[in-house]
Design a protein around this ligand. Structure first.
Ligand code: HEC
Ligand code: HEC
Ligand code: HEC
Ligand code: HEC
Ligand code: HEC
Ligand code: HEC
Length: 367
């Protein structure tokens, strides 16, 4: 009941132990800074000489779960049983919940695969879809428990209308790129090695098994115990707990930095990250990328803020100053004072009613 994993019993004891360690780490870093709005003077952005600023050691505080067993997370069904009203109503539409979803025949990506001469014979094998806006990947459950196969071809929106077309992703780390008309094939390793940590839940670093496809509550709320119903502070991200900006930024950055790697495994996703951990003990990336104007604003505003909080120690703003994960809006951002940070998306000197048009691409995510 408490876990979707087969190896539940073996891990039960360690799970409890981890929960204690995590809550300890967070108490140390409690602060209310994340409830403040952006500071009035310009925050540093790529344009304002980050090289000269004083730095803190991002890895200095807190703990991580590298080398430990994956915690026994409470099953999402249990969470939703009690949180039907506050969260359940919007969860099915949340992109975290939907990042991997069912594959109805009427989906534009499925129609495109069915219409593709090289792809149509595979339509019957597709069980799940990954993504859906800029790109849709085709997924099927692998024979091995907790693994998924990824189709080499993907669907992207056609220039016009509600249609998709089939293309081969630009795969950064594969030298022999498939020809445009190559036959799509199932890849057994790619999802586990390069995608699972951010598009599936509770990946075991050793076996690379995930507990379930897509993301559930523990991706952000960690191994908060059931006792939180009497003592909400036990649950990471509970309002009364006042997690530090560093803790909050570590949680979001554990998936939203698409430019780094785990020191422990070399994979492009964090190793056994549990909400409350310090991401930067295991996960490294080039902080200077936050100054790279070639990176689209969708990724760069993330990199800049992560650096601001984790490297420059400025916790005036976090992702939650602008984004509400439940129900999933960024409307709060309109009420903040204008700072240099806004220039990621709003041209300085122009009214805020205008914003930059940008297209998000990602080498890591292959779109
Ligand atoms: C037995 C019922 C129950 C279960 C199961 C349960 N919760 Fe709760 N939860 C509560 C109650 C009661 C509260 C305190 C009242 C409130 O704030 O809604 C609470 C509070 C919270 C809060 C803090 C709300 C705030 O005030 O900021 C979060 C976050 C949360 N739960 C997440 C979860 C997650 C994630 C799960 C699954 C891992 C879960 N809950 C499972 C009953 C439950
Ligand atoms: C470090 C975490 C991370 C890894 C690893 C990762 N992704 Fe992603 N992926 C994300 C995030 C975060 C987003 C959402 C970005 C956004 O909307 O700006 C995303 C979005 C996507 C999308 C949705 C695009 C859309 O607009 O609908 C697809 C498709 C995708 N990833 C495919 C992959 C594939 C395939 C892999 C493995 C080869 C992979 N990703 C690996 C974090 C990751
Ligand atoms: C992508 C990260 C993420 C995931 C996944 C996630 N949450 Fe949350 N949750 C948050 C954040 C962030 C907050 C708000 C913290 C704040 O604003 O102070 C929150 C707040 C809550 C609250 C407090 C009430 C509210 O509406 O703000 C509850 C209850 C809750 N989450 C339950 C859940 C449950 C149940 C799931 C799984 C179905 C879940 N969360 C999945 C990030 C997440
Ligand atoms: C376990 C990985 C993971 C974590 C942790 C995570 N995200 Fe995401 N997030 C994703 C992925 C993957 C997508 C894109 C899903 C898709 O479109 O397929 C996404 C999409 C989003 C989006 C765009 C969609 C929307 O709802 O507007 C926002 C904003 C976002 N995340 C904010 C956050 C914030 C804030 C946090 C920290 C509280 C967070 N995420 C934590 C993986 C994660
Ligand atoms: C000052 C406000 C602000 C802050 C701080 C902020 N964002 Fe955003 N973010 C936005 C706005 C506004 C959008 C665009 C509107 C939308 O997509 O809802 C956006 C878009 C996004 C997207 C979608 C990009 C796309 O189009 O694919 C993701 C993912 C995201 N933010 C994640 C984060 C994460 C993670 C953090 C913290 C590291 C963060 N944001 C911090 C305001 C902010
Ligand atoms: C990641 C991109 C992004 C960042 C960063 C960002 N914005 Fe926005 N902003 C948008 C987008 C997209 C819209 C239009 C959609 C919406 O209203 O959310 C918008 C709309 C707005 C609006 C509403 C304008 C209107 O039409 O009435 C205001 C006000 C605003 N932003 C202020 C800010 C301020 C202040 C900051 C800095 C603290 C900021 N934004 C940072 C992308 C961003």
């Amino acid at each position: 009941m408490f876990c979707a994993r087969s190896c539940c019993l073996r891990r039960a004891l360690l799970g409890c132990w981890c929960a204690l360690a995590v809550s300890g780490a967070i108490v140390l870093f409690s602060s209310s800074a994340r409830f403040q709005s952006a500071r009035a003077e310009p925050a540093a952005t790529g344009a304002t000489g980050a090289a000269d600023r004083a730095r803190v050691d991002p890895a200095a505080w807190g703990d991580d779960h590298v080398g430990q067993e994956v915690p026994e997370y409470v099953d999402i069904g249990e969470c939703l049983f009690c949180h039907r009203k506050d969260v359940g109503g919007s969860w099915d539409r949340n992109r975290h919940s939907r990042t991997i979803h069912d594959a109805p025949a009427g989906d534009p990506a499925m129609k495109a695969l069915a219409a593709d001469p090289a792809g149509k014979s595979l339509v019957g094998e597709v069980q799940l879809l990954l993504g859906g806006r800029q790109a849709t990947r085709f997924v099927r459950r692998a024979e091995q428990f907790g693994h998924a196969d990824l189709l080499s071809a993907m669907a992207v929106p056609a220039e016009r209308g509600n249609r998709f077309r089939i293309v081969h992703p630009r795969i950064a780390d594969v030298a022999d790129k498939p020809a445009a008309n190559a036959k799509p094939h199932w890849d057994h390793e790619r999802f586990a090695n390069r995608c699972a940590g951010c598009h599936a839940t509770a990946v075991d670093p050793e076996t690379r098994n995930f507990a379930t496809v897509s993301l559930d509550c523990c991706a952000c709320h960690g191994d908060g115990p059931l006792e939180h119903s009497n003592e909400p502070e036990l649950m990471p991200l509970a309002k009364t707990r006042k997690d530090s900006p560093q803790v909050v930024i570590s949680i979001c950055a554990s998936c939203h930095i698409r430019f780094g790697e785990s020191k422990a495994t070399g994979r492009p996703y964090a190793t056994n990250f549990v909400a409350g951990d310090n991401l930067f003990r295991d996960f490294r990336w080039d902080w200077a990328l936050a100054d790279d104007a070639a990176i689209n604003p969708g990724d760069r505003h993330v990199l800049d803020l992560v650096r601001e909080v984790a490297l420059f120690g400025n916790g005036d703003m976090t992702c939650l100053s602008c984004h509400e994960v439940h129900p999933g809006t960024s409307l709060a951002h309109r009420k903040l004072p204008r700072t240099a940070y806004c220039a990621h998306c709003h041209e300085p000197g122009k009214p805020l009613t205008e914003h930059k048009r940008y297209v998000v691409h990602s080498k890591l995510c292959e779109y």
